[in-house]
Ligand binder design. Structure first.
Ligand SMILES: NC(=O)c1ccc[n+]([C@@H]2O[C@H](COP(=O)([O-])OP(=O)(O)OC[C@H]3O[C@@H](n4cnc5c(N)ncnc54)[C@H](OP(=O)(O)O)[C@@H]3O)[C@@H](O)[C@H]2O)c1
Length: 240
């Protein structure tokens, strides 16, 4: 039976993917800050879910949780990193910028590194991380969020390059870049091209199964990504 860990499984995309994995026969460790929410998920299939409380900003705690799960499972086939925060922060309130950096940059980096080093030792494994279409450009409302996603995308590409160090190994890195998905993170009504959580999770799960290098969710965001990559900054400044 394959084993997986989902970081950031209390809600949204992480929760949905964890449930899909269990339905597919995985043993899944779900982590997050709220034990109550994690236990509610575990109640749906107590034999397949393992619950671990973890705040990804507390690096020593992430390391302990990770080592305990490696000890329990022996080998881990798939690690999904879905934890993340994002704020609209036009006033640049420091607490919001800091929270974003500590979660999306510091916390994420430690998880990517732990996963990569484990997979290197095992000779196999798959890291799938949820970054964002936001990785492609800057943004005046949410500077830390957009920059943190650019960091994630580049770090994941580095992990992909590093995977060639693993001789004969089967290590895969998947960078998942959603547009808007209907979760508690996507605040506001009438958001442009918002995907339902179910539709987005289905497409993400398919990309993970096919071990894609990177994918935009939903598919139509490929077009936006193409535009975002070619529009000059002066034009972005005018229209955004
Ligand atoms: N929804 C979108 O439109 C969208 C678009 C592009 C990318 N994304 C990315 O998708 C990922 C998942 O977000 P979502 O849309 O599913 O939103 P969500 O429902 O808010 O899920 C975010 C998850 O991250 C966890 N988390 C936040 N801070 C944490 C911390 N310090 N330690 C541990 N866990 C923490 C949350 O757990 P708590 O219960 O502890 O808060 C929750 O499980 C994020 O990385 C987000 O940036 C989302």
């Amino acid at each position: 039976m394959p084993n997986a860990i989902v970081f950031g499984a209390t809600s949204g995309i992480g929760k949905q993917l964890a449930t899909m994995l269990v339905n597919d026969g995985f043993k899944v460790a779900i982590t997050g800050r709220s034990l109550d929410l994690l236990n509610l998920i575990k109640d749906t299939n107590p034999r397949s879910f393992t619950v671990m409380e973890n705040d990804v900003q507390i690096i020593s705690q992430t390391e302990t949780v990770f080592q305990e799960l490696v000890k329990k499972f022996k080998t881990i086939d798939l690690i999904i990193h879905s934890s993340g925060v994002g704020y609209e922060n036009p006033e640049l309130q420091w607490e919001k910028e800091k929270d974003t950096i500590l979660t999306n940059v510091l916390g994420a980096t430690r998880i990517y590194d732990l996963a990569f080093n484990l997979f290197k030792k095992q000779g196999f494994g798959h890291l799938a991380a949820i970054s964002s279409i936001a990785s492609l450009r800057g943004n005046r409302e949410s500077p830390a969020y957009f920059a943190s996603k650019a960091f994630q995308v580049n770090y994941l590409e580095s992990m992909y390059f590093k995977s060639k160090e693993i001789k004969d190994g089967k290590v895969y890195i998947t960078d998942i870049r959603p547009g808007f998905v209907d979760t508690k993170m996507a605040l506001g009504d009438g958001i442009f091209w918002m995907s339902s959580l179910e539709k987005a999770s289905r497409q993400i799960y398919k990309a993970i199964k096919h071990k894609k290098r990177k994918v935009y969710i939903s598919k139509r965001w490929n077009l936006i990504a193409w535009v975002l990559k070619i529009v000059p900054s002066w034009l972005m400044k005018k229209v955004m």
